[in-house]
Design a protein around this ligand. Structure first.
Ligand code: ZN
Ligand code: ZN
Length: 140
């Protein structure tokens, strides 16, 4: 586990138990949970923490780039403790979101630059499909 104290200090963030809990939780999972899921997961250990507090902590952590917000088109955000550039794939059947690792789409920025006047800085790419488990369960 990274040294959260120094990471937060680096970002000039006040170390509140809520922020630490939310950050630790996101670092411990690859599930890309929504705020509601994080809230429920932390409820046992932090019974007084409200959903609004979870949202606030998430917003702060996104602002300083400690976590990233992803939107696979569900109408609400999911959160990711890994801020390196990576793509996501969502299962159209069970809705889970996985990382796609070891392939980088940063070179797309350069490509897209030739189609627009914009200076392209970033991109977010989402793929959709059927995960291994769902494929197995459907008997294919
Ligand atoms: Zn699935
Ligand atoms: Zn991810």
């Amino acid at each position: 586990m990274d040294n959260i104290t120094s990471i937060f200090k680096d970002k000039k963030l006040k170390l509140t138990p809520q922020r630490i809990a939310v950050y630790k939780y996101l670092k411990s999972t690859k599930e890309h949970p929504s705020a509601e899921v994080i809230y429920k997961a932390l409820q046992e250990e932090y019974p007084t923490m409200s959903l609004a507090t979870v949202y606030k902590a998430l917003k702060t952590l996104v602002e300083v780039n400690l976590i990233q917000e992803i939107n696979v088109g569900e109408g609400n955000f999911r959160y990711d403790g890994y801020t390196n550039s990576h793509s996501h794939i969502q299962c159209l059947q069970c809705g889970k979101v996985d990382d796609i690792e070891d392939i980088c789409f940063q070179d797309l920025n350069k490509k897209v630059s030739s189609y627009t006047d914009y200076e392209v800085l970033n991109n977010q790419i989402y793929f959709y499909g059927i995960c291994k488990e769902c494929k197995k369960n459907s008997g294919n």
